[in-house]
Design a protein around this ligand. Structure first.
Ligand SMILES: *Cc1c(COP(=O)(O)O)cnc(C)c1O
Length: 395
């Protein structure tokens, strides 16, 4: 049985998205900046897509900028706020330890340029506390950037409250909502969000297309220089087909959000319930504040990488830490940020499921994972020491 359980890394393209984009790859290939009506066909599709995206975020179409993905949107949001801040002598940024590297690495670059960055620690439940944001705010803070939902452990942050606090203190607030868009309701106005990033391939659109929402009045700095596309803020001939697919996929995901969630939650809960029966296992992240489909657990005495390879042999695609860090032997920065010891963080497994998964697939996972964990423990010197009492169990 083949089971794709890595939807937080990327998703399949939905039929709706593929059907919507296809004419712009074949028949209507004109450049939207052209004056002739053939190009205008593409320009109209772009405008319609912009309106759709705006509608589902409760934004205005003029506040939507199409990018090459979530990473670019994160980069542009952060750099824009930093440049604006620097002009006013404000060079302090607040973020968190468990952001995506698109945020963390942009912040490190700014640090080298003389910005001061405060990275808040989430609590052990994987949730950032409002009072910690409040304590970190300073006169010279030019940006608060805190992710909507974490990509490894799925925990959801108190975005509305953080947004309200930032608005009261007149500090721009950006959120990386890549894991939330299409999976949870987002309303940039009600949630007090000034800038927001999302990425098509996390909700069944193709890879390489994303959105930066920037509230009217936010001054953007270009990351890509060139032509006057995206109202001069993002150069490069638009990825028309990708953008059309992104809008179609966002519409489809949002229109079916309730029924998708109702399908995913019982599958996720079954995974948690059954896998938690494995001795010396631990569920990571609060289940109360959680995106529907992400399951993250640790199993003591094993290596996550070995677990993944053995799951692959059984047809199961899963991940340990984020795709971007796997391949390195460092444990996940997210799991360390919620206070897990290195030894425990090494034995992590992320299963992220979506509406295309079935209960039969979940049953397959539930049958395979305990066997693989037991096998890996049987050949693990660390597990041997734990069992003999030569070192204490940590979970
Ligand atoms: C996937 C992801 C990104 C990067 O998006 P791309 O479109 O792949 O560049 C950024 N942030 C989070 C939280 C993600 O999950």
């Amino acid at each position: 049985m083949f089971v794709y359980a890595d939807n937080a890394a990327t998703t399949s393209i939905s039929k709706t998205a593929l059907d919507a984009m296809m004419p712009y790859l074949t028949d209507y290939y004109g450049n939207p900046s052209s004056l002739y009506s053939f190009g205008q066909k593409a320009a109209e599709a772009l405008q319609a897509s912009r309106e759709t995206v705006a509608k589902y975020l409760n934004a205005s179409p003029k506040e939507i900028y199409f990018t090459s993905g979530g990473s670019e949107a994160d980069n542009q949001a952060i750099v824009s706020a930093a440049r604006l801040g620097a002009r006013k002598g404000k060079k302090h940024i607040i973020s968190t330890q468990f952001e995506h590297h698109a945020v963390l690495h942009t912040l490190s670059r700014l640090e080298k340029e003389g910005f001061e960055v405060t990275l808040l620690d989430p609590h052990s439940d994987g949730v950032i506390r409002l009072e910690d944001v409040e304590k970190a705010l300073r006169e010279d803070t030019c940006l608060v950037t805190i992710m909507f939902a974490n990509n490894e452990i799925g925990t959801v942050q108190p975005i509305t409250e953080i947004g309200a606090l930032c608005r009261e203190r007149k500090v721009p607030f950006h959120t990386d909502a890549v894991q939330a868009a299409g999976h949870m309701p987002i309303d940039v106005q009600a949630m007090n969000i000034d800038m927001l990033s999302l990425s098509g391939h996390k909700f069944h659109a193709p890879k390489g297309v994303g959105v930066l929402y920037a509230r009217k009045g936010i001054v953007l700095t270009n990351i890509i220089e060139g032509g006057a596309q995206e109202r001069g803020k993002r150069a490069g001939t638009e990825n028309v087909a990708g953008i059309v697919a992104l809008a179609a996929a966002l519409k489809e995901s949002c229109d079916h959000m309730e029924e998708n969630t109702a399908k995913i939650i019982p599958m996720r809960d079954k995974l948690f319930r059954e896998l938690a029966k494995i001795p010396h296992s631990k569920i990571n992240g609060s289940l109360e504040h959680h995106v529907p489909g992400t399951v993250n657990m640790c199993f003591e005495g094993i290596e996550g990488e070995s677990l993944l390879l053995m799951l692959d042999d059984q047809g199961i695609c899963a991940s340990s830490g984020s795709a971007c860090t796997s391949g390195s032997l460092d444990p996940s920065h997210v799991l360390l940020s919620i206070g897990l010891p290195h030894e425990v963080a090494h034995g992590s497994l992320r299963l992220s499921i979506g509406e295309y998964n079935t209960m039969e697939q979940i049953d397959h996972i539930i049958e395979v994972v305990p066997k693989v964990v037991a096998y890996l423990r049987s050949i693990s010197p660390v597990w041997d020491e734990l069992e003999k009492g030569e070192r204490p169990h940590l979970i």
